[in-house]
Design a protein. Structure first.
Length: 43
């Protein structure tokens, strides 16, 4: 998220794309933001 984004849940934002960084959108699209959770489950 960018620095000046509002402190609300992302599903409540009207224009989510204006607050996400490019890399953040890519991480969400590839679901790689869930990798730490997967690693914790495997351990």
């Amino acid at each position: 998220m960018k620095k000046n984004s509002p402190n609300v849940a992302t599903h409540l934002l009207e224009n989510l794309a204006s607050y996400l960084l490019r890399i953040g959108g890519l991480l969400r699209k590839l679901s790689s933001d869930e990798l730490p959770n997967l690693i914790n489950i495997i351990q």
